[in-house]
Write a protein that binds this ligand. Structure first.
Ligand code: FAD
Length: 425
């Protein structure tokens, strides 16, 4: 198991059962990912593993080490005929899996399914090139379609009991380093999804941009860790406007995974190299502005509310992610990758494809990017999307009092400065 921490709708589990009588289900805690994941994503991972282990009556084998050493060792220990995984398309995942396949030698590593409705690389333009713009990708994506959810029940008797393996290297599921505002695991994901479909899906198209209403699905971390497959969710989406608006967001998730798959360098570099020469600030004062942004004390209330929601809970509403990202790049003139790195450290749903390309969109350097000359106005955004300041006062209780800081910059002046820098290149 990797980013597919569930038992339902899990193609590799079906493939594994078809190729042998018994299946050993295991997760390798990779110290490299432990280092880079941030305490919240590790907590979500470990809580998801605990849910899985419960569902398997304690038969989940968890080990720690490098997958290219641990998987071949376990395969030898149980005389495995094959090893089955969901395909991982991220740059790191692809390198890791190539190393595992290599180290397994004659034992095949078979990949079935992916975390997406349509896997990266599947949809191309007629000439075989990848799409660079979302709308035509989306048209093709819908036409391509996807399978129905897969049925993958596992009777306990078919799951190898890890305690029967000598020197299995088994560890207990590590304790979560921090407490989360969101319950993790397959059962929590199913519950949340059902509640969203019943309560908020029908109004999703009109309300999704309103951080004050708190009506989006909060499925992003569940999707990130594969607590549920988007196919299972899509099967519940009818033709209503709300459902179709939701499907479009799932398509964005697939699109950005596709973009990162074709342009792995875009994880940390401008997707559009035309912007490489833009003047960015990185002096001492820039770091001070960066700190004010991270701590939510810019004096722009909606920006500060979002940054505090992020720091306190590991989540931020999409509309506010767009605004805070735009503010960092266009009002503070800082590199987008500084902000992307901070988001990855904080977010429970932090994901290389969606985060880096969400940032590149806001910076104007990505595919489909917001035109560089469109600069979000923090005050207009607040009055449009948080008209009663409900969201702002939830996260910035001192808003409107003397304790709240003055705006750290003059938005109109910085907008003009951003446009000047763009014009220079
Ligand atoms: C700067 C920036 C950084 C972002 N970083 C991440 C990230 O690290 N991880 C992440 O999952 N999303 C990221 N997003 C996309 C989006 O903000 C979140 O997916 C969304 O806010 C999660 O809340 P939700 O599940 O309630 O969303 P809903 O509105 O309920 O959307 C449903 C699902 O669709 C997908 N989705 C929605 N919007 C987007 C989008 N713009 N791009 C890709 N997928 C989308 C998500 O999987 C989400 O769970 C980022 C957006 C921006 C602008």
């Amino acid at each position: 198991m990797r980013r597919d921490l569930r038992l339902s709708d899990l193609p590799p589990l079906i493939a594994a059962k078809e190729s042998g009588d018994e299946v050993l289900i295991c997760f390798v805690v990779d110290p490299r990912l432990e280092k880079s994941s941030g305490p919240r994503r590790l907590s979500f991972l470990f809580d998801s593993l605990r849910d899985l282990d419960d569902q398997l009556s304690g038969r989940l084998l968890v080990v720690r080490g490098r997958p290219d050493e641990e998987i071949p060792r376990l395969a030898r220990a149980i005389d495995a005929t094959s090893v089955h995984v969901s395909e991982d398309y991220s740059p790191f995942g692809r390198r890791r899996d190539a190393a595992v396949a290599d180290a397994l030698g004659d034992t095949p590593l078979a990949a079935a399914g992916s975390p997406y409705l349509v896997s990266p690389g599947r949809i191309t333009k007629p000439d075989g090139d990848p799409y660079k713009v979302f709308t035509p990708y989306f048209t093709q994506w819908r036409a391509h379609g996807w399978r129905k959810p897969a049925s993958s029940p596992v009777p306990d008797a078919d799951v190898v009991d890890p305690s029967s393996i000598t020197r299995s290297g088994r560890i207990s599921v590590p304790a979560a380093p921090t407490e989360l505002s969101l319950a993790a695991g397959e059962r929590a994901a199913t519950q949340r999804w059902r509640a969203f479909v019943d309560d908020d899906l029908s109004g999703y198209d009109s309300d999704r941009d309103r951080p004050d209403l708190d009506v989006t699905s909060r499925m992003s971390a569940h999707l990130k860790f594969g607590n549920i497959h988007p196919r299972t969710m899509a099967a519940d989406l009818g033709r209503s406007k709300g459902a179709q608006a939701y499907l479009r967001e799932l398509a964005f998730r697939d699109f950005y995974a596709d973009v990162l798959y074709h342009w792995p360098r875009s994880a940390w570099h401008n997707w559009n190299a035309q912007f490489d020469d833009i003047e960015l600030d990185s002096d001492e004062a820039a770091y001070q502005r960066f700190d004010a942004w991270k701590e939510g004390r810019t004096g722009f209330a909606l920006v500060d509310a979002g940054m505090r929601q992020l720091a306190q809970t590991g989540f931020m509403h999409n509309r506010v992610r767009m605004l805070t990202a735009s503010f960092l790049v266009k009002d503070l003139h800082l590199p987008w990758w500084w902000g992307a790195q901070w988001f990855l450290e904080q977010l429970i749903d932090g994901d290389m494809a969606s985060n880096q390309h969400g940032w590149q969109w806001a910076a104007g350097t990505g595919t489909d990017a917001a035109p560089y000359f469109r600069v979000f106005n923090p005050d207009t955004q607040a009055s449009r999307f948080d008209p009663d300041s409900t969201y702002i006062t939830r996260w910035v209780p001192e808003y409107g009092t003397d304790d709240y800081p003055e705006p750290m910059v003059d938005h109109q002046a910085e907008r003009a400065e951003a446009l000047r820098r763009f014009r220079e290149i």
